[in-house]
Design a protein around this ligand. Structure first.
Ligand SMILES: Cc1ncc(COP(=O)(O)O)c(C=O)c1O
Length: 355
């Protein structure tokens, strides 16, 4: 594997206070970059000062959206140590998306080193207040200037870092979700399970309409029948009906969330009955009417666990657990956050420390 060249920035940007941090607005002093050409493969991995790219207007990604991205976080624990949460799982998913988009894969070990090296160089940017973190955004773009519709022959892999604020500075607030049956996000055989920009562009109109009506995010139904629940804007969804936790299966149309996998692992270890199966919105409504819909929550890197207080579908509004966070939802949140920041033991090897 090629060694990573490091060129340090000669000037440093001012760092925001932990209390001023938002999401994705401030970027650190450095970025990681690596290039791909057909004859050379991936080459010249390097850390360099953060800055803009110069791209030919014909660059393929600007026209046909051949790109992918990932999103994970580094946390600074009370012991001062910095840890990445499940980076191997994110590296594996990066390559799953790469295959779907005809982008050449990157050796997982190289992906991991790109993250640990860059976070190591910009370690002073990892905030320390509980709830804050350093968001890592790896991206690959098709960089060949060419207007034909075919996989590009040149790519740029880059990683940028952004210190982000506490998702719940005033305590956990259950969200209101609108179940969408007017638009769909993904279809069988489509790109739903890929982390690629087009999926997010496709989601904007529905999300904007829902926001104007006072909802936080939308819950997508399956594209073929608009009957089965799939996922929320940037979260996977779990429902506790009676004593069982149900979540839609990984059937190609939803993202295989790393937080989803972490929550399912913990629930199974705790002896909770878990089903990964198709569940229709009608079944959710019937459970709500019968009084057996106990808790609903979303899982995702941004909020970790996000309780759902209200679900709206057509003319119905379901209030879940009186709009308050449920017991299991809280337990999951505490368990995962405990592992991410360090006080809780990590017997599964989910965290990778930055040395
Ligand atoms: C569409 C979508 N689903 C689910 C998730 C949750 O995935 P993860 O837990 O890996 O962050 C995300 C966020 O990354 C997402 O964008």
């Amino acid at each position: 594997m090629d060694p990573i060249r490091v060129t340090k920035a000669t000037t440093r940007k001012p760092k925001p206070k932990d209390t001023d941090l938002a999401f994705g607005t401030v970027f650190t002093d450095h970025m990681f970059v690596m290039d791909f050409e057909e004859e050379k493969g991936w080459y010249d991995p390097r850390v360099e000062p953060y800055g803009p790219f110069s791209l030919d207007p014909a660059t393929a990604v600007l026209h046909y959206a051949q790109m992918l991205f990932e999103g994970l976080k580094a946390f600074r624990g009370p012991d001062g140590r910095i840890r990445l949460f499940r980076p191997q799982k994110h590296a594996a998913r990066l390559n799953v998306t790469a295959r779907r988009l005809c982008i050449p894969p990157i050796e997982p070990e190289m992906v991991l080193r790109s993250w640990t090296t860059l976070v190591g160089v910009d370690r002073e940017w990892v905030p320390s207040t509980v709830g804050t973190s350093l968001y890592i955004r790896p991206t690959i773009i098709a960089s060949e200037p060419f207007l034909g519709v075919r996989p590009a022959k040149r790519y740029i892999y880059f990683v940028i870092l952004s210190p982000v604020g506490a998702y719940y500075p005033e305590g956990i607030n259950p969200v209101k979700i609108k179940v969408i049956d007017k638009f769909s996000r993904a279809a069988p055989g489509g790109m739903g399970e890929a982390k690629t920009g087009g999926n997010y562009a496709a989601s904007l109109l529905a999300a904007e309409e829902a926001k104007h009506e006072g909802f936080t995010q939308v819950l997508w139904l399956d594209g073929a029948q608009r009957k089965y629940i799939e996922e929320v804007g940037t979260m996977n969804l779990m429902l506790k009906i009676g004593d069982e936790v149900i979540t839609p299966p990984l059937a190609g149309t939803i993202l295989a969330g790393v937080t989803r996998d972490s929550a399912l692992t913990l629930l199974r270890e705790w002896g909770v009955r878990v089903s990964e199966r198709a569940i229709s919105i009608d079944e959710v409504l019937a459970a709500a009417h019968a009084g057996s819909l106990r808790e609903v929550w979303g899982t995702g890197t941004a909020a970790v666990i996000s309780p759902v207080g209200e679900l709206a579908y057509k003319r119905e509004r379901i209030v879940v657990n009186d709009g308050k966070i449920g017991e299991l939802t809280q337990r999951l949140y505490d368990a995962i956050v405990g592992i991410q920041y360090g006080p809780t033991p990590d017997p599964r090897g989910w965290t990778v420390p930055i040395e």
